[in-house]
Design a protein around this ligand. Structure first.
Ligand SMILES: Nc1ncnc2c1ncn2[C@@H]1O[C@H](COP(=O)(O)OP(=O)(O)O)[C@@H](O)[C@H]1O
Ligand SMILES: [Mg+2]
Length: 251
């Protein structure tokens, strides 16, 4: 995959998204550079998941444009540049599929689900499972795993795919503190290898430990930039309609 990392990873300009006439995002713009780790925060219903779906080409803006890896979201999806770990409630955990097969889906791409795996595919899948510490669970059904383990399997799928940009929608929801730490350490190690990490979270206290950038979402991107400039009492308070407790701000 040929990606020019001196160009923007994600470039969204003036995007509106409507669901049945209701505006979930209005005049939304954000520019994210390769190799950054961004936290996306905002209240429930603020439009965080919608923003991720714009990047993945899963919803179509009614106005504006989205560029991912210098391509349309659909093309970026096709070349496997971007991978998505969905919010837990959007996944059918009763679907009978093994951990190994979930990760193998990262190798097939959306176009090729019926082709047989090659040796190279198997090596990539096994390497990805090792990397996230889930190799011994390879034959388990995905529905039998804990919340934190499921997240790691989806991260392995993104790794097997060779994605440059990894989007994680509320990966810490229903995950204990130890698993949260294990996952953030893994993501920080990907960032060190030049990958771009974007995650939404309600865990405002630990955010500053690993996010170098923060996006504040309230039906638009209110602010995006380096954590120390954006994760401030005034801006975060505005994003949460004045209700923010027990968070240590830089200023
Ligand atoms: N498929 C959909 N159909 C109708 N409304 C939706 C749909 N998805 C999201 N919404 C609405 O759009 C708004 C933003 O939702 P969402 O992006 O999921 O917010 P967040 O992830 O920040 O909680 C909410 O008011 C939500 O109810
Ligand atoms: Mg959401």
């Amino acid at each position: 995959m040929m990606i020019d990392k001196s160009k923007l990873a994600i470039d969204i300009q003036g995007v509106d998204v409507h669901y049945h006439g209701f505006a979930a995002l209005r005049d939304t713009s954000i520019q994210i550079e390769h190799g950054t780790f961004s936290g996306v925060i905002g209240m429930n219903g603020a439009g965080k998941s919608t923003l991720f779906k714009v990047v993945m080409g899963l919803v179509r803006p009614t106005r504006g444009r989205a560029i991912v890896c210098e391509r349309t979201p659909r093309q970026a999806q096709k070349i496997g540049c971007v991978a998505y770990v969905p919010q837990s409630e959007q996944v059918d955990w009763d679907f009978p599929i093994s951990v190994y097969d979930v990760v193998m889906m990262g190798r097939y791409g959306a176009q090729n689900i019926f082709r047989s795996p090659r040796g190279d595919d198997r090596a990539r899948v096994e390497g990805a499972l090792e990397r996230v510490g889930m190799a011994e669970y390879r034959d388990r059904q995905i529905g039998e795993l804990s919340g934190g383990q499921r997240k790691r399997v989806f991260v392995a799928r993104a790794l097997a795919q060779g994605a440059e940009i990894l989007l994680l929608d509320e990966p810490f929801a229903g995950v204990d503190a130890k698993s949260e730490r294990a996952l953030t350490e893994l993501l920080v190690s990907f960032k060190a290898e030049g990958k771009t990490i974007i995650l939404s979270t309600h865990e405002l206290t630990s955010l500053t430990e690993y996010c170098d950038h923060v996006a504040l979402v309230k039906h638009t991107v209110v602010a995006y930039g380096p954590t120390e400039e954006v994760f401030t009492r005034d801006l975060v308070s505005h994003t949460y309609d004045g209700i923010v407790h027990r968070v240590a701000f830089a200023k």
